[in-house]
Design a protein. Structure first.
Length: 210
């Protein structure tokens, strides 16, 4: 089984990709450890985080074999190279960009960002393992369903503004998973309670599980 197939299997089983985006250094790695301990198996550290590469490296070394640590906001082939070099096992892009094809060429799973049908088709054609509809909150479940109906063979993930209450409506129209940042990480991104983060994470892990 290829890395992309393994990633897709884990996504189907768990339904959750946790998104760690921080403005300050030294925060992402503790958040990642807390999420992993709470049962999260897919998590991305966005490359916009000041110490993203260091955090990915730390988490990738520490993570159990069944946990995938990835890099978010990957745009260029260089971003993919840096992320993979740090130990990232998958990448996430904000839109259709060179990072998708670069990852696919290395058998590195990718979650390619898209909004329109044309972008979904382009991301999938470039080699995206799954396509994230972003920002999902703008169009809601109706928008994802409108894309899902003519493109049933493209796995779609809802990302952006998805909280606990939105999981079931998006799942009902065909979302195979959910990328969740702010509603999950909350004030932990600013140094808030990791205990409260762990409690939130357990709720999201349960809600997103297939």
């Amino acid at each position: 089984m290829s890395n992309e197939e393994q990633f897709l299997t884990t996504l189907h089983e768990t339904g959750l990709v946790a998104i760690i985006r921080c403005k300050d250094a030294g925060v992402a790695a503790p958040i990642g450890r807390t999420l992993i301990a709470a049962g999260v198996r897919l998590l991305e550290v966005t490359l916009t985080t000041p110490d993203a590469v260091e955090a990915i490296d730390e988490l990738a070394v520490e993570a159990p074999d069944d946990v995938w640590v990835g890099a978010g906001t990957a745009i260029t082939a260089d971003d993919v190279a840096v992320a993979v070099g740090a130990g990232a096992r998958f990448v996430v892009t904000p839109g259709v960009c060179p990072a998708i094809a670069a990852a696919h060429a290395q058998d590195v799973p990718s979650v390619g960002g898209a909004w329109t049908a044309s972008e979904v088709i382009a991301a999938h054609a470039a080699g995206a393992t799954v396509v994230k509809i972003f920002p999902a909150s703008d169009g809601g479940p109706a928008h994802l369903k409108a894309l899902r109906d003519p493109l049933p063979n493209v796995p779609l993930v809802a990302v952006g503004g998805v909280g606990l209450a939105e999981i079931e409506p998006f799942r009902a129209v065909g979302a195979v998973g959910f990328g969740i940042g702010g509603p999950l990480v909350g004030d932990a991104a600013k140094g808030g309670s990791l205990d409260e983060l762990a409690a939130r994470a357990r709720k999201f892990v349960e809600a997103c599980r297939a």
